[in-house]
Design a binder for this molecule. Structure first.
Ligand SMILES: *[C@@H]1O[C@H](CO)[C@@H](O)[C@H](O)[C@H]1NC(C)=O
Ligand SMILES: *[C@@H]1O[C@H](CO)[C@@H](O)[C@H](O)[C@H]1NC(C)=O
Ligand SMILES: *[C@@H]1O[C@H](CO)[C@@H](O)[C@H](O)[C@H]1NC(C)=O
Ligand SMILES: *[C@@H]1O[C@H](CO)[C@@H](O)[C@H](O)[C@H]1NC(C)=O
Ligand SMILES: *[C@@H]1O[C@H](CO)[C@@H](O)[C@H](O)[C@H]1NC(C)=O
Ligand SMILES: *[C@@H]1O[C@H](CO)[C@@H](O)[C@H](O)[C@H]1NC(C)=O
Ligand SMILES: CC(=O)N[C@H]1CO[C@H](CO)[C@@H](O)[C@@H]1O
Length: 307
């Protein structure tokens, strides 16, 4: 291919990409692998925010999976970057253009209609009210009144304060309120799931703690603290009800960032040990070969063995 044709082709590809990009604000992409992303669904598109393979560094990427294109070569599209890299965040869609992304305790908003994040700075939306400790592995749901309820999670190994909080996004500035958890509420819980069913918020699974400290890295204590109760909060009356279930199979918890560090450290140590063992075996083989290369002379051990 001559230089002209090559340049011409690159130019065509550039123009083509440009038009794809401006036609719907999105570029076709084959996303890198990741976990700890969060998502919402709207209009046949699954929007995916942040994440990374280990849930530590995160990515600012906003993607969507065009559900009608699953099975074709390019179902994924890249949208505008989140103002910061996020991992293990929570996303809530208000059903009217806006996705609220909550990362630790900072809120970002994304307008699905015009593919814009706001505010553009890394500090997130100015929210006033009660002090809400940052957290991971918490849940966020949209209540029928339009408020966002966050629940539980962990701040490294501690239960964040307060356990339950409400973000009112219908007033300006947005306002956090620390809710009192009524009788029967799971006091300390992380890694759980939550969903709204009519007037109730249902909470299930995850792991609990008796004193507010999660033992996330010790699998035996973690397993004994796994939650088999199903909690339901009546959002209007703040009354909780609890029903218990029994485990039927061997439980396993999603890894947390802190236990990830343990896993990564474990892998590094294992790799170092394997390399060390290889070096030892190599050195031994060389020495053995060298020994073998010594020409046996009468009186030497090898000479006698060979006879
Ligand atoms: C949707 O959001 C717009 C502002 O972006 C607001 O004017 C409108 O009232 C909202 N609609 C509903 C049904 O809440
Ligand atoms: C989102 O974008 C749409 C289209 O540009 C606009 O009409 C709407 O007001 C925006 N909503 C918010 C909350 O900014
Ligand atoms: C879930 O919602 C349905 C329909 O509103 C209702 O019949 C049911 O009782 C609710 N379940 C719980 C546990 O709140
Ligand atoms: C909670 O209990 C665990 C042992 O179950 C202990 O290791 C931890 O220090 C306790 N935390 C607090 C804040 O008392
Ligand atoms: C995990 O906790 C159990 C029960 O408290 C204890 O017996 C065990 O030694 C702990 N394991 C580690 C690795 O700390
Ligand atoms: C939590 O606090 C908010 C703000 O005060 C309030 O509107 C809401 O009803 C409370 N939620 C519950 C379940 O009590
Ligand atoms: C099926 C079941 O056990 N439901 C119970 C769940 O908990 C509430 C409150 O304790 C009870 O009223 C239900 O009977």
């Amino acid at each position: 291919m001559n230089l002209f044709r090559k340049n011409f082709l690159s130019c065509l590809i550039l123009i083509f990409t440009f038009f794809i990009t401006i036609s719907n604000g999105a570029t076709s992409i084959a996303p890198a692998g990741r976990s700890y992303s969060c998502s919402v669904i709207n209009d046949n598109k699954l929007y995916v925010f942040g994440g990374d393979p280990f849930g530590i560094i995160g990515t600012p990427q906003t993607l969507y999976l065009d559900i009608s294109l699953i099975g074709t070569p390019n179902p994924w599209y890249l949208l505008s970057d989140i103002p910061i890299s996020v991992s293990a965040a929570n996303a809530v869609f208000n059903g009217n253009n806006t996705v609220f992304l909550i990362f630790f305790n900072t809120v970002y908003a994304y307008n699905i209609s015009n593919n814009q994040w706001y505010p553009t700075g890394s500090n997130g939306i100015n929210a006033v009210g009660d002090n809400i400790q940052g957290r991971q592995l918490f849940t966020a749901v949209l209540a029928p009144d339009g408020n966002i309820i966050i629940y539980g999670g962990n701040n490294v190994i501690n239960s964040p304060i307060p356990t339950m909080a409400t973000l009112n996004t219908n007033i300006s500035p947005y306002t956090w309120t620390a809710n009192k958890t009524g009788q029967g509420a799971p006091q300390y819980i992380t890694g759980h799931v939550a969903a709204i069913n009519g007037t109730h918020m249902i909470i299930a699974l995850g792991a609990t703690s008796k004193n507010g400290t999660f033992e996330l890295t010790n699998s035996s204590t973690l397993n004994s603290n796994l939650n088999y109760d199903i909690y339901a909060l009546n959002i209007q009356t703040n009354v909780w009800s609890v029903n218990s279930t029994l485990p039927t199979s061997i439980p396993s918890m999603p890894p947390t960032p802190s236990s990830n560090i343990g896993v990564i450290l474990g892998v590094i140590i294992a790799v170092v040990i394997v390399i060390f063992a290889c070096v030892l075996v190599f050195a031994f083989c060389r020495k053995y070969k060298k020994d073998k290369n010594i020409i046996p002379t009468p009186g030497s051990r090898d000479y006698q063995q060979q006879r």
